[in-house]
Design a protein around this ligand. Structure first.
Ligand code: NAD
Length: 482
């Protein structure tokens, strides 16, 4: 799809009460593949943030009282419109975030599906009715929408991280103010237009785009009418926001950083493990919270696994995501390239061997070579820190027990991958792995019908599935005397 035609469809302004409100200030959005300016986007100040929350509060009661079936039908229309506009959404994501176009199309399907899934869940908000154990009173447990929600999303999945929050919020009967990352606001603005076209009433969803996240978030977070914060991003920023949320004792959902281990046990199917390692590591340019960050491979198969992985990695085609042939795009900015380089250099200085790649690529854009490191020492920083780039560090292990212990040596606990042909080994490993999700003999498990989320410092709460809906519901108990 033509770049100029797609950019021309993006509405500019703060999306407040169903209108796009222009501002005096703007900020630039860049194409990470070329460094070119894609657009000048409206830059919100605190007064726009307050206006957006005002709008969400004014219609909160009406939206909560809207029949579930009507909420469901609006979400279903939004799903259908995203699918119909799939080429535009995919092109926007590739332009502003850099992922290969085929992967951006995958995100359209995944992101839209949250609206279809939660359109179905909107009519499944249930309660309980019991008799008190000693008789007499009847005990009614019901669920109601939490109230106005503030949603903050990262740049790496510009569509899906938004729909994963807006879908359940709307299904539950909550209104929303959403703030996308300043690096990738275009997809979210186009989503706002799409929600409007799908019939979402004015004020039910509002969006602020800003170059200063902290300043624009402050008046929203401090407002006593806000009832919930839902955040996806780094653990560092998540911690700060949790402290701010404490003042208003807000309900919070936190989807934070990861450091996923990819464990290949001695009896694994090596070809299957390599096939899974490729998307687990290199999908989304290596910039996924679920990305395999560390490979623990049994010594009996490590040579075969490593050789086959290097062969596959060398087939990756690095380039702008808009080129049909590209299978690995640029990193988001220069800082990301510098961070990946620093982590690789640290590992190499401590004794890791570079089998392929290992360095940034000169020229326009923010590219890093797809990289495999072997014999990575346990002191290397990249085994503890989120790499967020196309680098696969391999560590050799001698036993299942050693692999699991090393896998758990992290403060994160989002995703873990395990490969084995023995079901009891798999179950034992999965039960011991300290993570919210375990991928068994596969490199991708994200699914709107499944609970996505982490333990330890990877977060609080779940997104997707029925559990994702409950994050936007409060429980109320009625004791009824007969
Ligand atoms: P980030 O934490 O830097 O930013 C996330 C969002 O928070 C952005 O919208 C940013 O503008 C905003 N923000 C930053 N400081 C803020 C402040 N003081 N107040 C209010 N808002 C603020 O993260 P990022 O670089 O955009 O995304 C990458 C991170 O997100 C990685 O750590 C990745 O693992 C994580 N992530 C997690 C999940 C998950 O589901 N667990 C999914 C995707 C990404």
């Amino acid at each position: 799809m033509n770049r100029e035609d797609v950019l021309a469809k993006v509405p500019f302004g703060q999306f407040i009460e169903g209108s796009f409100v222009s501002t005096a200030d703007t900020f630039q959005v860049h194409d990470p593949a070329t460094g070119e300016v894609l657009a000048e986007v409206s830059d919100a100040g605190p007064m726009h943030a307050k206006a957006a929350l005002d709008a969400a509060c004014w219609v909160a009661d009406d939206w909560a009282a809207t029949e579930p079936r009507k909420r469901a039908e609006i979400l279903r229309r939004a799903y259908e419109l995203i699918v119909a506009r799939g080429d535009e959404f995919a092109t926007l994501m590739t332009l502003e975030m850099g992922k290969p176009l085929a992967e951006a199309r995958g995100e359209v399907a995944y992101g839209a599906e949250f609206f279809r899934w939660f359109s179905e869940e909107a009519c499944r908000i249930e309660g309980r009715w019991t008799t008190a154990p000693l008789g007499g009173n009847r005990l009614l447990t019901m669920q109601q929408p939490v109230g106005p929600v503030y949603a903050i999303t990262p740049w790496n999945f510009p569509l899906a991280m938004g729909t994963r929050k807006i879908g359940p919020a709307l299904a539950a009967g909550c209104t929303v103010v959403i703030k996308p990352a300043k690096l990738t606001p275009l997809t979210m603005l186009y989503l706002m237009q799409t929600l409007k076209d799908a019939g979402v009433p004015d004020g039910v969803v509002n969006c602020v785009t800003s170059s200063n996240s902290a300043a624009v978030s402050k008046p929203i977070m401090e407002d006593p009418r806000l009832r919930k914060l839902t955040f996806t991003g780094s653990t560092e920023v998540g911690r700060t926001l949790l402290k701010e949320a404490a003042d208003g004792v807000l309900r919070t959902s936190m989807e934070l950083g990861g450091n996923a281990p990819f464990v290949v046990l001695a009896d694994a199917d090596v070809d299957q493990a390599v096939a899974g390692a490729m998307p687990a590591k290199f999908r989304n340019n290596g910039e996924a919270c679920t990305a395999a960050n560390r490979f623990y491979v049994h010594e009996s198969i490590v040579e075969e696994f490593t050789a086959k992985l290097v062969a596959e990695v060398e087939k990756l085609v690095v380039g702008p995501g808009m080129d049909q042939a590209t299978t690995l795009g640029p990193l988001i900015d220069d800082d990301a390239v510098a961070k990946v380089k620093e982590l690789v250099d640290d590992a190499v200085a401590k004794g890791a061997k570079v089998l392929t790649g290992g360095a940034p690529i000169d020229g326009d854009g923010h590219f890093f070579q797809p990289t495999v490191l072997a014999d990575v020492p346990r002191t290397a920083r990249l085994l503890r820190e989120e790499i967020f780039g196309p680098v696969a560090p391999i560590v050799t292990v001698d036993t299942d027990d050693e692999a699991i212990k090393l896998a758990n040596e992290t403060e994160f606990g989002l995703m873990a991958y395990v490969y084995s042909r023995d079901i009891s080994r798999v179950v034992t490993a999965a039960e011991r792995l300290e993570s919210g999700m375990v991928a068994v003999n596969t490199g991708v498990v994200s699914n709107p019908a499944a609970p996505f989320g982490g333990v330890k410092q990877s977060g609080l709460g779940r997104e997707g599935s029925h559990e994702g809906l409950e994050e936007y519901l409060e429980i109320k108990y009625l004791g009824i005397a007969l």
